[in-house]
Design a protein around this ligand. Sequence first.
Ligand code: HAM
Length: 422
Amino acid sequence: MVIQIPRGTQDILPGQSELWQYIEMQARELCKRYQYKEIRTPIFEHTELFLRGVGDTTDIVQKEMYSFTDRGGRDITLRPEGTAAVVRSYVENKMFGWANQPVKLFYFGPMFRYERPQAGRFRQFVQFGVEALGSADPAIDAEVLALAMDFYKGMGLKSLKLVINSLGDKESRTNHREALVNHFKPRIGEFCEDCQSRLEKNPLRILDCKKDRDHELMKTAPSIIDYLNDDSRKYFEMVQKYLKALDIEFTVDPTLVRGLDYYNHTAFEIMSSAEGFGAITTLCGGGRYNGLVEEIGGPETPGIGFALSVERLIAALAAEKVDLGFDEGIDCYVVSLGDAAKDYSVKLLHDLRKAGFSAEKDYNDRKAKAQFKAADRLQARFVAILGDDELSKNKINVKNMKTGDQVEVDLQNFIEHFRKMQ
Ligand code: HAM
């Protein structure tokens, strides 16, 4: 039996990997402009980190983690997201003591969730995320959102919708929590088992339930917006004021709760409103997580960030038919005719590459016509044609594939000539 790729994963083949590289490069350049520095954390962490960080009543922790016991008997989990690990590293490396605060970090790498695969949902997917730790200024919330929107716009996406909400501070959340329990308790028997167990532990999670989404009590559930205390309300107003100042369009959706436990104050998602994008429209999600650093064992430190997946970005680019216009061509293809020329072409090709040009030749003894076809397929800008005759005269022909012009140059000074032709 042929062994196949695991469900929910994908191979990124040549032809597609260029787009992945481009996206990563754009992310890196953008982070440089916004002054977020790269952090690389392990692909696996102690399971405990996610239980505490992401929250043990979330779908991610309850149903979606790739967890195993290693040979030393440790409970290990392939990271389902990046924030918990970044916070762990922030605490472990005492970044709270660094002179420059907030510490602004970004990451780019694979995450793992055992979810039901469908369009836009994978079991291994690549997240680009940023985290700003050490500032409770609402201007940082606006900066993080500006970065995310800049990223998508820079990639050429137009059909974007930014939705924000506030989950308030501890006091607001406690009051809201109580209201939620009172709201659901009398009829909790009509809800799924997960929701029943969430009622006391974490009633906010009920609002995120996929099974009971259409229950009538969901629509009438108390909204966090009505439970925000003065501080939380003011904070949310400031975030909105800054977003307006930066000309970032948004809508407030009081039902947005997010699927991870660490959020408070600002929570947001960026959706694609492109036609044909598919059932899953969320491109990016994030929010503020004041309190998470303490949860992981560090000093009281506010934080905010987002993560987005490259897979969904690529799907949105396809839905909006964005043409990024890659120039995939090579500088030179060396065509050789005859045995002596074939031998010589090995060194010629090497010289081209050493001089910094992208170059290729035939390795399958193909006839001239097939070699020219290969040059076309590789979108060669120039073809260097070397025959035994030319070789004996110390000459070589160079054809500009765009103009069709062909010149004969000295073989000895070929690289110099070639450089001048660019
Ligand atoms: P999240 O909403 O779980 O948040 O995921 C963020 C983004 O990752 C989603 O909006 C989506 O683009 C992508 N994503 C999630 N699951 C999948 C999947 N199975 N397949 C493809 N893409 C997926 C977080 O992960 C938080 N750590 C974000 C954050 C950072 N909050 C604060 N800082």
